[in-house]
Design a protein around this ligand. Structure first.
Ligand code: XMP
Length: 510
């Protein structure tokens, strides 16, 4: 399989580069900029891409690489900081600009024989740089320029070196995809050979070989990652996989039943359903602090999971839904030893059990996991579901978590979701949920004074959960939700709308 390594110099777009390359059908991984050359050789990539980065190549402590990297015999594409580094290391000159160039520019194509094959002149490109290449290194030609940047595209095909000052990986560079494709398929001579179908084939074979007649266990969380993990392992080893799904008592209304139906009936997984709600609720009694709630739930889950694993008998492997963004931070290690390795370096797992780990999604981005889920027959509605925190409703019930308070929140939350779907808002939102406050407020119902609970509605939009905006829902939608909750949920006499962004608030209330 063809592989492209992206060396990361700290650009906010590094992940995007790898994703765009994969979208073009070539497998790509991100490595830290200081990865030793021997390690790079071991990976046997067909090409390298040097990412952008926030530093200046002349700055003290700037991330550098050895010029040897250009003599590995594989084509290298430098993007932004990457091209400046290439120019500097190969004998060109990089200078600081008096003004930082940030935003759109028009690309003037001078030569279409290489990187810019088929690229139209005057196309929009996205710039974000301070320094620029003043003199190109020997044997380089400038093939594209913009009004402010003379060396916007430089190429030395004889040396396999290519560079762009703008960002071809971002959507604002209109012909960026075509430029990346020219690098991969013309300059580096690769053929697209990465797709979800080929991934499934390869992973299933790998898992089958590794498990080699052993037994595998996998905890289902209700999310996409653990489900896709189970489905892949199931394809590989069938009945040798046992899944465990724990009802922790703080799931949404009907969630346990509908998930079990999806897992067992639709997807034919062998799932041990464990109703452990009584244990969880007992442990949560009197617990008010959000962190203690999380810890209590985490610890209890591990205990229950361990007990279930013992009931299954001899288990050799634990399958986990770790995905690529979880992995990139730590130094990426690859090969069979990473897909399956002893479990001491994973937090929050059963400690007493000596499982070997199977993490088939370690190489995938979240959107790739979703594509894979569809490929494996998971329902579209399930794939597009909003994120739901592991500690569930416990972190949406401020104050103590009691059966009575869970019942109130569940009903209010179910009404909210029903109305959000009715208003066709569900897929526009990152999350929509209700929160139960730890205070009561005065109201009047009929002729009676009431002193009841307050429900908060939280509807947010977000791209990745790191920042979020509250959603300006229509008054009639909010009004319907409020009226229904107050009328249908006993013990609630007031509904309020959360109009805070993240930051400074967080999405969840705890
Ligand atoms: P916050 O509240 O930090 O949440 O803005 C960001 C995203 O993370 C989810 N979240 C959690 N997910 N366990 C989880 O699995 C947790 O303890 C947890 N806390 C927050 C939250 O729902 C949002 O999507």
């Amino acid at each position: 399989m063809n592989k492209v390594l992206v060396l990361d110099f700290g650009s906010q777009y590094t992940q995007l580069i790898a994703r765009k390359v994969r979208e073009l059908g070539v497998y790509s991984e991100i490595f830290p900029f200081d990865t030793p050359l021997a390690r790079i050789r071991e990976e046997a990539p067909k090409a390298l891409i040097l990412s952008g980065g926030p530093r200046s190549v002349y700055e003290k402590g700037a991330p550098l690489v050895s010029a040897e990297i250009f003599r590995l015999g594989i084509p290298v594409l430098g993007i932004c900081y990457g091209v400046q580094l290439m120019a500097r290391l190969l004998g060109g000159k990089v200078v600081p600009s008096s003004r930082r160039e940030y935003g759109f520019a028009r690309l003037d194509v001078r030569d279409r024989s290489g990187l810019l094959k088929g690229i139209k002149s005057k196309g929009q490109v996205w710039m974000s740089h301070g320094d620029r290449v003043e003199d190109v290194p020997p044997r380089f030609t400038i093939t594209g320029r913009t009004a402010n940047t003379r060396a916007a595209v430089l190429e030395a095909p004889g040396q396999g070196c290519y560079g762009v000052q703008f960002h071809p990986e971002v959507i604002h560079t209109h012909q960026g995809r075509a430029i990346l494709a020219n690098f991969l398929f013309s300059a580096a001579g690769m053929k697209p050979d990465w797709s979800m179908k080929s991934f499934i084939r390869r992973k299933v074979a790998e898992i089958r070989q590794a498990v080699d007649g052993g037994r595998v266990i996998c905890g289902l969380s209700g999310g996409v990652d653990s489900l896709v993990t189970s489905l892949l392992v199931h394809r590989a080893v069938g009945p040798s996989l046992t899944c465990v799904f724990v009802d922790n008592g703080v799931l949404r209304k009907g969630q346990y039943e509908s998930l079990m139906e999806e897992f067992r009936t639709k997807l034919h997984l062998r799932v041990r359903g464990v109703d452990a709600s009584a244990v969880f609720l007992r442990r949560l009694r009197g617990v008010v602090s959000p962190e203690r709630k999380r810890k209590t739930i985490g610890r209890t889950f591990i205990e229950i999971f361990e007990a279930e694993a013992r009931k299954v008998g001899r288990v050799d492997f634990l399958a986990q839904g770790t995905i690529y963004p979880d992995v990139i931070e730590s130094a990426p290690v690859k090969g069979p030893s990473a897909t399956i390795k002893s479990h001491h370096n994973v937090g929050g797992l059963p400690k007493g059990l000596r499982f070997k780990l199977i993490e088939p999604l370690r190489e995938l981005f979240k959107d790739e996991v979703r594509t894979l889920a569809a490929e494996l027959g998971v329902d579209r509605g399930f794939i597009a579901q909003h994120p739901f925190p592991g500690p569930g409703l416990a972190v949406r019930i401020l104050g103590e978590v009691t059966p009575g308070r869970i019942a109130i929140l569940r009903e209010a939350d179910a009404i909210l979701l029903e109305e959000v779907r009715r208003a066709r808002l569900y897929h526009k939102l990152w999350q929509a949920f209700a929160v139960l406050l730890p205070v009561r407020s005065v109201g009047v119902m009929g002729d009676q004074r009431t002193y009841h609970q307050v429900i908060v509605l939280r509807l947010v939009q977000s791209v990745d959960g790191m920042t979020a905006d509250w959603y300006p829902a229509e008054a009639k939608t909010l009004s319907r939700i409020s009226t229904r909750i107050v009328n249908e949920v006993q013990g609630v006499n007031r509904v309020v709308y959360d109009i805070t962004t993240k930051p400074p608030a967080t999405i969840e209330w705890e």
